[in-house]
Design a protein around this ligand. Structure first.
Ligand code: AMP
Length: 406
């Protein structure tokens, strides 16, 4: 069985085709800058080197058309006929409180997805366009939606509510949703496999640390809290996002600075000009920050310390609400690759039974592995995330369930 995973952004389509018997990716790529003169198409297969070329693509439908044509290409394609694709899995950033799990696309589901436009206006309309484009190009193939927010839907109300007047929750659906759910789900399952125990016997903290970062507290396989909130701005400090700040600062800036009179300018400040970039004045990229720190740049050192301290605070809090933890997982760009960041996060947490092994942590490897000292109470793991594979698995599962019901 083959599953096509599609991730549509406002001006891009990314895809990955999986052979599910082996769970291996067989073709992958992306089309970026859709509708712009600089649009390009980059793709690769297990049998062919990466190819990149300029393309003229005016909308998502044309982008999907181009991808399908290439997949079917007699010379470099990965399928002989469209019917080889059993199901298409779409990554959806925000499912609001309407979607608590992956669903098969129906007319009703598409209508409900439209209701989520207002809470993720940058992403959801693009996802919707992508769904229509796939339906047009592959009308006989079922589609499944897999939501970044769904894995966090198990949070109790006292964790996901904000202490604002209740009507903002009722009318505007303002509550914590959490993000990177597909990644937290994937790495928590892998962690259970590495620890050799069923997931429902484990307490885990998963730290997805990339340009955007979030931490999740997972009790017996179910998220009980996570650091991102109504939007992916809340939580730990990130590459260009401020994370948690005193909300009164927003009111202060609105009152004091005429240039911040509207929400989108302030949102731009907090999402794109803050975090590592805002503090260091250098970049939002961790590699650049570490290099500048090594060269003695004081603001880069401060940015690094602030970011790792904010992660440490969440881990300590989640240790408390979980009442003990079996495993701590690091994943995504920083979590998988930055030994100094992992070391700083875990430093002085031995009272919680979190003890990192310097040599194991410093090893250069892209494989999943343990990095705690042998008798560390909490096992520390690096697990490369694989959101696309998780989406492919979910899509196959939903398809099989639906086929059994029909
Ligand atoms: P992601 O959003 O998961 O792609 O992660 C991007 C972040 O990972 C950026 O801040 C990168 O600087 C960081 N990153 C990637 N590779 C490394 C590395 N080898 N060392 C330190 N940071 C890294």
């Amino acid at each position: 069985m083959k599953v096509l995973v599609v991730n549509c952004g406002s001006s891009s389509v990314k895809y990955m085709l999986f052979e599910m018997d082996s769970e291996k990716k067989v073709a992958w790529g992306l089309i970026e800058c859709i509708g712009l003169p600089q649009a390009f198409y980059k793709r690769q297969t297990i049998n062919a080197e990466e190819k990149k070329e300029a393309v003229k693509v005016i909308n998502h439908t044309e982008a999907v058309e181009l991808i399908i044509k290439e997949l079917l290409d007699k010379k470099v394609g990965s399928i002989v006929g469209i019917e080889e694709i059993a199901v298409v899995g779409h990554r959806i950033v925000h499912g609001g409180d309407r979607f608590s799990k992956s669903v098969l696309v129906t007319e009703e589901v598409k209508e409900d997805l439209k209701d989520c436009f207002s809470i993720a206006p940058l992403h959801t309309p693009a996802h919707y366009d992508g769904i229509l484009a796939v339906e047009k190009m592959l009308p006989a193939i079922p589609s499944v939606l897999v939501f970044d927010t769904a894995f966090h839907q198990t949070m109790p109300d006292y964790a996901y509510m904000y202490a604002l007047p209740y009507e903002f929750y009722e009318k505007n659906h303002i509550r914590k949703y959490g993000f990177h759910g597909t990644s937290h789900n994937y790495v928590s399952q892998r962690a259970a496999a590495m620890l050799g125990k069923p997931i429902d016997e484990l307490n885990l903290i998963t730290a997805h640390l990339g340009n955007g970062s979030s931490i999740a507290a997972i009790e017996k396989g179910k998220v009980i809290d996570t650091s991102m909130g109504f939007t992916p701005l809340q939580g730990v400090m990130m590459g260009t996002r401020c994370g948690d700040i005193d909300p009164a600062i927003v009111a202060y800036l609105l009152d004091e600075y005429p240039q911040y009179k509207d929400g989108s300018t302030l949102s731009d400040l907090m999402n794109k000009k803050s975090g590592l970039a805002g503090i260091s004045g250098i970049a939002g990229d961790m590699r650049a920050i570490i290099q500048a720190s090594d060269e003695g740049n004081k603001r880069a050192v401060l940015a690094f310390e602030m970011l790792t301290y904010s992660i440490k605070k969440y881990i300590s809090t989640y240790y408390g609400i979980l009442n003990g933890v079996d495993g701590l997982v690091f994943t995504a760009g920083i979590g998988e690759n930055s030994a100094p960041a992992r070391e700083a996060v875990c430093k002085n947490l031995s009272a919680l039974g979190i003890e990192i092994d310097a040599a194991r942590n410093g090893e250069c490897s892209s494989k999943e592995r343990f990095i705690s000292v042998k008798d560390s109470k909490v096992k520390i793991m690096i697990i490369p995330t694989n959101e696309e594979l998780m989406i492919a698995r979910e899509s196959r599962k939903v398809l099989i369930q639906a086929t059994n019901v029909l």
